[in-house]
Design a protein around this ligand. Structure first.
Ligand SMILES: Nc1ncnc2c1ncn2[C@@H]1O[C@H](COP(=O)(O)OP(=O)(O)O)[C@@H](O)[C@H]1O
Ligand SMILES: [Mg+2]
Length: 275
């Protein structure tokens, strides 16, 4: 684990009008970490990512990033805004909300164009993302004609087009078929080797061990329920039950078996069935 602080959230609460979405959540993420944000539907994961991407701001508490407060005022400063926007990229839960260009190729070039990069460099970035993510056949197509899995790939490629050091992913496996899920896990491994910080919100326990070492768990009352090694959290049945990530039946016959079948480090597998 690197010692560079990247994000520091301190007592962050957020409400949409009268609807509470986060309640005094604090954690720190260091540069180069791969972290999952786990929680049941409605626990506040997407809200956390929006806060970390500077798209919304805490009702109370604070978010710091790169040792600076992440506030509306800070993002009004051109230099910081440009630095932050090129360093941190969010892939939305709903790829349709993110893709708006007429073709996939335009979608990939959009971020670099916004940064004012020279044409030659834009070309190179589009080409390298195309080959890295295997998008050759799709380049001239409209994003809206693509399948769910293809859209997700394009959305990830578009997020990577500015060469961000931090990638925020919101439920990236939603709508992916099993082969695309493997593709996603492999892509994240490559990005991890490239030293990126990757923060993934998910309620899909089966992907956790493939994509992160650390898990931050949000409860249904929008509080921090746990923060620790992904393996420890996946084997903490009581915790997972209490935050509604598993239920009794799923534990014995379904979901946990699914989780274990994906695990590489299977020390908690021995605990299965012997609580
Ligand atoms: N735009 C919104 N307006 C009102 N309430 C919202 C909005 N977005 C999310 N919420 C509410 O905030 C809470 C947290 O939502 P969200 O961050 O989307 O959770 P998750 O991503 O974990 O499913 C939920 O109760 C949800 O209904
Ligand atoms: Mg969500």
């Amino acid at each position: 684990m690197s010692a560079d602080p990247l994000f520091q959230l301190s007592d962050v609460s957020y409400s949409y009008g009268s609807v509470s979405a986060l309640d005094r959540v604090s954690f720190r993420v260091d540069a180069g970490e791969q972290v999952v944000l786990l929680g049941a539907n409605g626990s506040g994961k997407s809200t956390l990512l929006l806060l970390m991407d500077g798209l919304i701001f805490p009702s109370t508490g604070s978010v710091h990033v790169f040792d600076r407060p992440l506030t509306e005022e800070a993002l009004e400063g051109d230099d910081f805004c440009r630095f932050f926007r090129s360093s941190v990229a969010l892939v939305f839960q709903n790829a349709d909300a993110q893709l708006f260009n007429p073709t996939v190729e335009d979608e990939l070039a959009f971020g670099p164009l916004q940064l004012g990069l020279p044409e030659k460099e834009i070309r190179e970035r589009v080409d390298s993302l195309t080959s890295m993510l295997g998008l050759e056949e799709m380049l001239k197509r409209s994003p809206h004609t693509l399948s769910g899995g293809e859209k997700r790939k394009v959305a990830i490629a578009a997020a990577l087009s500015t060469n961000p050091s931090v990638l925020l992913l919101d439920e990236p496996t939603t709508g992916l078929d099993p082969r695309s899920q493997v593709w996603l896990a492999e892509t994240l491994v490559q990005l991890r080797k490239a030293g990126k910080t990757i923060i993934t919100a998910t309620h899909d326990l089966s992907i956790v061990e493939d994509i992160a070492d650390r898990a931050i768990v949000i409860s249904e009352d929008h509080r921090l329920a746990a923060d620790g090694a992904a393996n420890d959290i996946l084997s903490n049945r009581e915790l997972l039950l209490s935050v509604n990530l598993i239920h009794e039946h799923a534990h014995r016959h379904g979901q946990m078996v699914h989780v274990h079948s994906h695990s590489h480090i299977s020390d908690h597998e021995h605990d299965h069935g012997h609580p």
